[in-house]
Ligand binder design. Structure first.
Ligand code: PMP
Length: 398
């Protein structure tokens, strides 16, 4: 039955972690990870999350199914976090939101539904580069993949002119996948003025924006990191889609908490969209898991806990900023070429500009692991390893 099944290719990031774990050299450092770790190198358990969890455990509630579209309070609070409390879109009932199994399922459910609406000629444009799962999720859902220019290796920044030129050539109806903030893998984001330019073009060319927001609060804060969503909402664009994840902002990776929000032209359209989202979920995994969503809803639903959660989020953000500044300073102290651009990048990741050969030397000569693309996870840095990393990077780039 299964004799003809071939081995599927492994995940390159997880493969790197396996090599790292097998490395017996003391003092090895893994900058290839995709999660936030604290100063001690641990995935944090947020105090606010823990508090809600203790309350849930002592309440000893039975474990029935959630509705197909998830916990109602979670969906409502998610809408407020993304669009802003009092958003006219929410007041008009134009947003259909369903809890999903992480941001990944939000992308997949959205992809399946859009493919159904667009039919056989469905196309999506993805930034070059982007998170690897974007390509496979939309390809598997039946989309033709296109790319738009995004990262400019010479400036280590945004290629806005290239981006606008490529988006301007897309056929009307093409879906455009955009990272709201903390672009994975480059760390290069658009500012508000650049978003306005991109949004005007999306509107003019009748393109469908699909926003992926997996790091809300990791760069500037809740509202500022949702600038793309808030500007889209204010632009008058009739339809757009948002996939969000709480994996990072609540440090709830394994609980798989995310949501899909689809904005329609009016209340009636949103109701039809929600019915289709539910149908897509029903035929995939039936309904989402309860625990993580109860934790998020418990925190966001209490103004006191929400305030303290924002402080905890702020602590993670501040540490990331400090590590960026520290790395740039230490690199300069070790006589490396100018890496000042790292401080201008946002979120957990940085396209360091290191070549594949330099990444390989870091691994072989210094037991420091980064992705072949040069992507490093800034959150994997801490005061204890910063200087070692900087000295090694300086050695392979001099
Ligand atoms: N989008 C991007 C850009 C991501 O980096 C990630 C997580 N690596 C996700 C979506 C998915 O997040 P989740 O773990 O919640 O599925």
């Amino acid at each position: 039955f299964f004799a003809s099944v071939e081995m599927a290719p492994g995940d390159p990031i997880l493969g790197l972690t396996e090599t790292y774990l097998a490395d017996t050299r003391p003092g090895k450092i893994n900058l290839g990870v995709g999660i936030y770790v604290d100063e001690q190198g641990h995935v944090p358990l947020l105090r606010t999350v823990h508090e809600v969890e203790l309350g849930l455990a002592s309440a000893a509630k039975p474990r029935g199914y959630l509705p197909i579209d998830g916990l109602p309070a979670y969906n409502q609070l998610t809408q407020q976090l993304l669009f802003g409390a009092g958003s006219p879109l929410l007041e008009a009932g134009r947003v259909a939101t369903a809890q999903t199994i992480g941001g990944s399922a939000a992308l997949r459910v959205g992809a399946d539904l859009l493919r159904q609406v667009a039919g056989a000629g469905a196309k999506i444009a993805i930034s070059n580069p982007s998170w690897g799962n974007h390509h496979v999720v939309f390809r598997t859902a039946g989309f033709e993949l296109l790319e738009y220019r995004y990262y400019d290796p010479s400036s280590h920044g945004l290629d806005l002119a290239g981006m606008l030129e490529d988006l301007g050539k897309l056929e009307p109806g093409t879906v455009v996948l955009l990272h709201a903030c903390c672009h994975n893998p480059t760390g290069v984001d658009l500012d508000a003025v650049q978003w306005q330019q991109v949004i005007a073009l999306l509107q003019e060319r009748k393109l469908l924006p699909f926003i992926d927001i997996a790091y809300q609060g990791f760069d500037q804060g809740i509202a500022a990191d949702a600038t793309a969503i808030r500007l889209l909402a204010a632009s008058g664009i009739e339809a757009f889609v948002v996939a969000n994840s709480y994996s990072k902002s609540f440090s709830l990776y394994g609980e798989r908490v995310g949501a899909l929000s689809m904005v329609g032209a009016d209340r009636d359209e949103a109701a039809r969209l929600l019915s289709k989202i539910k149908q897509t979920i029903r035929t995939n995994y039936s309904s989402p898991a309860a625990h993580g969503a109860s934790l998020v809803a418990g925190v966001l639903g209490s103004s006191e806990l929400r305030g303290r959660w924002e402080q905890e989020l702020g602590e993670m953000r501040t540490r990331i900023h400090a590590m960026r500044a520290g790395l740039v300073e230490r690199l300069a102290a070790h006589g490396a070429p100018d890496f000042g651009f790292i401080q201008g990048q946002a979120g957990m990741f940085s396209y360091s500009g290191l070549s594949k050969a330099q990444v390989l030397r870091l691994r072989e000569e210094h037991a420091i692991y980064a992705l072949d693309s040069g992507r490093i996870c800034v959150a994997a840095l801490n005061r204890a390893n910063l200087d070692t990393v900087a000295a090694a990077v300086a050695a392979v780039t001099r």
